[in-house]
Write a protein that binds this ligand. Sequence first.
Ligand code: AMP
Ligand code: FE
Ligand code: FE
Ligand code: ZN
Length: 274
Amino acid sequence: MAADLHLHTHFSDGTFSPEELADAAHKQGLKIIALTDHDTMEGCPRAQVACENHGIEFIPATELTADCDGDEVHILGYWLDASYAPLHDALNRFQKVRQERIHQMVARLNAVDVPLKVESVLELANCQAPGRPHVARALVAGGYVRNFDQAFERYLKKGCPAWVPKDKMSAGEAVRLIHDAGGVAVLAHPGLYPRQHVVASVASVGLDGLECWHSKHSAYQASQYEKLAREMGLISTGGSDCHGRSKGQPIIGTVRIPRIHVDNLSKRRSHNML
Ligand code: AMP
Ligand code: FE
Ligand code: FE
Ligand code: ZN
């Protein structure tokens, strides 16, 4: 069990630096990791170096937010060429949307008498790809909610007072962008989507893999998704989705997959390029 393919740093909504991430991976005995920050690959060069120092294989990646028939899905792109201009431009665009969305969420909070300031969120986030977890942490720090989960339950979940819809590309566009940037596309945490038809729908637009093993999947869910992946000709992958210390103890390495799945995923990459 060598690999954890779903990890975040402080370049998006995690708390680890790339070096802390590599150290934690080393302590866990991981041999392969992927950095999948939301809408940014800024942490990848540093993570690559830090992993090399530990003899850990590193996969540059990102987690994109996409739309599937009105539902939000997350698509992981692995082995991406961050210098590919269309990818670089798209990530910049998504980061701008995220920054504007922070202003909109704070305005909505203010409208329901929560006097949170945009600056406190942006200072705390201190990154190009801020998101709801940063707003949640700022709400906790300001004493407006008791904890992180309460921030989501009261204000930030879809349909709650501070929830702001996000302009997204379609799942098909996300998969195409990932392929064009030399990568492979994996549907993240299928078990977290309220409407399960999104899995087949995203699979039909050229997906390469399905994240069967995830920290929020039960053992039963994982086995069902593994079966489904086999039926649909997708590679089974997995990762912890560790956000550092932002949600209690770091969970890096608590979900890990054998190297063979990573090799299979990598083979899809050369196959896609033919
Ligand atoms: P955003 O991309 O800004 O919409 O934020 C999405 C991120 O917030 C996800 O990747 C999770 O890390 C986190 N998240 C989403 N929903 C919840 C929830 N109900 N409770 C805690 N964290 C959540
Ligand atoms: Fe996240
Ligand atoms: Fe996600
Ligand atoms: Zn994630």
